[in-house]
Ligand binder design. Structure first.
Ligand code: KIV
Ligand code: ZN
Length: 511
C-alpha cells in the first residue's frame, strides 16, 4: 500500500484573498460543507485576527463542519493572533493552529527588520505558546523557496523542538522550479526524518509562473507528506496549486509518486462549480480537470478516435470527478462519423444517399455558428426532407417564447412541444431568466435542479453571438446543455432544453 498524502484545502483562506472573492458567513459555510464532502484531510478557513467577520465565519465552520476534518486558521507569530485562532477553532473536533513567519533574507531584514536569530526566537515563542493551547500546530516558513538552506533548517529544527507538528514549506511568490523545489524537499525530509519522523512535511505553492502543480508534485515525489491547494487554483495573485490537478495527478500516477490521497474525487466537479459561482470567479474553459472543455472534443480526428474507443483520447473518465459525460462538440471540423453519431443519438436515421447533402448543410451552419448543439441538429433535420425514420426519441422543443420585462416583475410565457403534446406555461420571476427558466421547468414537469447558468460572448460588436451554458441535476446526475444564438434569451431557453433532452436520452438508453 502506498503512503497517504494529506490534502489541505485553503480555498477559504488563501483562495478567499482574491480581490472580490470575499464571502459572507452563509456563503462560507456552504462552501466549507461542500469542501468537507470532498473528504479533504484538513481545511483552512480563515485568518480570524483580520476581522470580526472572519473570526465569526471560522468559529461557525468549526462548530458546524468541523467533525471528521481538521479545521485550521492562520495567524502571525504573535500572541494576540494565536489567541484569536484558538478562540475561533477550539470547538472543532480536530483544530489546527497555523502560524506563518518569513524565513528569507528579504523577509527577515526588510519586512521584520530583525536579526535572523531574533526571527527564530519569535517563531519558537509563538509555537510554544500555540502548543500550550492545542496539540496540533503548523508552522509555515514564508518565502521558504528563496531562503538560505541552513537558516531554513535551523528554524525548522527549533520550531519542531518547540512543538510544531507540521512544517510547511511555501513557495510564496511562485519562484521555484520543479527540479530544485523537489531537491529542497528531499534535503529537508532527510533531516526531518532523523529529527522527528512524526512531523508532517507540507508544501504550499503559488502559480506565478504556472508551475504550482509541477512544484507540488515534485515535492510529493521527494517526500512531502501533505499538499496545500485550492479549488480551481484560486488564490493570491496567479493563485495556488489547484487541488483537482494534484489529486488527479497523484491518482493517475500512484505508482510513480508512491502515494495516494483519500479525497472523494467524484465531488471535485461540483465543488469547483460551487466555488466558482459563490466567489464569482469563472473557471478558464481550458482549465485542467475542471474547465468546461476538459472533457469536450471538437476536432474530427479526435471525435472519430473517441467514437471508436474512449481511451484513444481520454486519460480519465469524467465520472471520476463527477463531471457530465464526455462531450462531442460539433464544429466545422467534425467529420461525418461524429455528425452521424449525434443524429443517431437524437433518434434520426439518415439514408446513405442523403448523408452527403445533409452533412454539407451542417457544415454551412457550423461555419456560421462555430459550435452546433442538439437543438441546431434537430432544426436542421426537421427542415430536411431527406431523413427517414423520423424522430422516435420524443425530445422537448421550443416552439415559442415571449418575455415581458418590467421593473416590477418580469414574466415569461413558453410554448414547448414533446411528441404530440404541446404545453404553454407562464411564470413571473425575480429576473427575466428566473421567469423563463421557471416556465420551462414547470412545462417539462421533472424534478430538475438548476446548478449553473453562464453566458459568454463569442464574437465582438452589436451582432455578436451569445453562448449560454447550463447545468442541471436530476437524480444525482449532472447534465449540461449549451446553445449559441444572437438572441441570448433564446440561447438561454435552448441551453436548458438541450440539458433536459440529454437527460431524457440518457434515461432512455438506461446508462
Ligand atoms: O503563500 C504563503 O506563504 C502562505 C502561507 C501563509 C502558507 O499563504
Ligand atoms: Zn499562499
Amino acid at each position: 500500500m502506498s503512503r497517504k498524502i494529506y490534502v489541505f484545502d485553503t480555498t477559504l483562506r488563501d483562495g478567499e484573498q482574491v480581490p472580490g472573492a470575499k464571502l459572507n458567513l452563509a456563503e462560507k459555510l456552504d462552501v466549507a460543507e461542500q469542501i468537507a464532502k470532498m473528504k479533504v484531510d484538513m481545511m483552512e478557513v480563515g485568518f480570524p485576527s483580520s476581522s470580526q467577520g472572519d473570526f465569526e465565519a471560522v468559529r461557525a465552520i468549526s462548530r458546524k463542519v468541523g467533525k471528521d476534518v481538521w479545521i485550521a486558521a492562520l495567524g502571525r507569530a504573535i500572541q494576540s493572533d494565536i489567541d484569536c485562532i484558538y478562540e475561533s477553532i477550539r470547538e472543532a473536533e480536530l483544530p489546527l493552529i497555523h502560524i506563518v513567519l518569513g524565513s528569507s533574507d528579504v523577509h527577515v531584514s526588510k519586512k521584520f527588520r530583525k536579526t535572523p536569530q531574533q526571527v527564530i526566537e519569535m517563531g519558537v515563542g509563538a509555537v510554544k505558546y500555540a502548543s500550550s493551547l492545542l496539540p496540533q500546530v503548523q508552522y509555515s516558513l514564508e518565502d521558504a523557496s528563496r531562503s538560505e538552506f541552513e537558516y531554513l533548517w535551523q528554524t525548522i529544527e527549533a520550531v519542531v523542538k518547540a512543538g510544531a507538528t507540521i512544517i510547511n514549506v511555501p513557495d510564496t511568490v511562485g519562484f521555484a522550479i520543479p527540479e530544485e523545489f523537489g531537491k529542497l524537499i528531499y534535503r529537508i525530509n532527510d533531516r526531518l526524518r532523523n529529527l522527528d519522523p512524526s512531523v508532517l512535511l507540507s508544501v504550499h505553492c503559488h502559480n506565478d509562473t504556472g508551475l504550482a502543480t509541477a512544484n507540488t508534485l515534485a515535492a510529493v515525489k521527494n517526500g512531502a507528506d501533505k499538499v496545500e491547494c485550492t479549488i480551481n487554483g484560486i488564490g493570491e495573485r496567479a493563485g495556488n496549486t489547484a487541488l483537482e490537478e494534484v489529486v488527479m495527478g497523484i491518482s493517475l500516477h500512484e505508482a510513480y509518486y508512491g502515494g495516494h490521497t483519500t479525497v472523494d474525487t467524484r465531488q471535485i466537479y461540483e465543488t469547483s462549480r460551487i466555488v466558482s459561482a459563490t466567489m464569482g470567479l469563472d473557471v478558464q474553459v481550458n482549465k485542467a480537470i475542471t474547465g468546461e472543455n476538459a472533457f469536450a472534443h471538437s476536432s474530427g480526428i479526435h471525435q472519430d478516435g473517441l467514437l471508436k474507443s474512449k481511451d484513444v483520447y481520454e486519460i480519465m473518465d469524467p465520472e471520476t470527478i463527477g463531471a457530465p459525460a464526455m462531450e462531442i462538440v460539433l464544429t466545422a471540423r467534425s467529420g461525418r462519423h461524429a455528425f452521424m453519431h449525434v443524429t443517431q443519438r437524437l433518434g434520426f436515421a439518415i439514408p446513405e444517399e442523403s448523408l452527403e447533402d445533409i452533412y454539407q448543410q451542417f457544415l454551412t451552419m457550423a461555419d456560421a455558428q462555430k459550435e452546433i448543439y442538439d437543438n441546431d441538429v434537430l432544426t436542421l433535420l426537421k427542415k430536411s426532407a431527406l431523413t427517414s425514420g423520423g424522430n422516435n426519441r420524443e425530445l422537448w422543443q421550443l416552439l415559442d417564447y415571449e418575455l415581458t420585462v418590467t421593473d416590477s416583475r418580469p414574466a415569461a410565457t413558453v410554448t414547448l412541444a414533446r411528441g404530440d403534446k404541446e404545453v404553454v406555461i407562464s411564470q413571473t420571476g425575480s429576473g427575466v431568466i428566473d421567469a423563463l427558466y421557471g416556465a420551462i421547468i414547470e412545462a417539462i414537469a421533472a424534478p430538475i435542479e438548476l446548478i449553473d447558468y453562464r453566458i459568454n460572448s463569442l464574437s465582438r460588436g452589436k451582432g455578436s453571438l451569445g453562448k449560454v451554458t447550463t447545468q442541471i441535476r436530476y437524480a444525482d446526475q449532472l447534465y449540461s446543455g449549451k446553445a449559441i444564438e444572437q438572441d441570448v434569451m433564446r440561447a438561454s431557453a435552448l441551453a436548458l432544453i438541450n440539458a433536459v433532452n440529454k437527460m431524457l436520452l440518457e434515461q432512455a438508453s438506461g446508462c
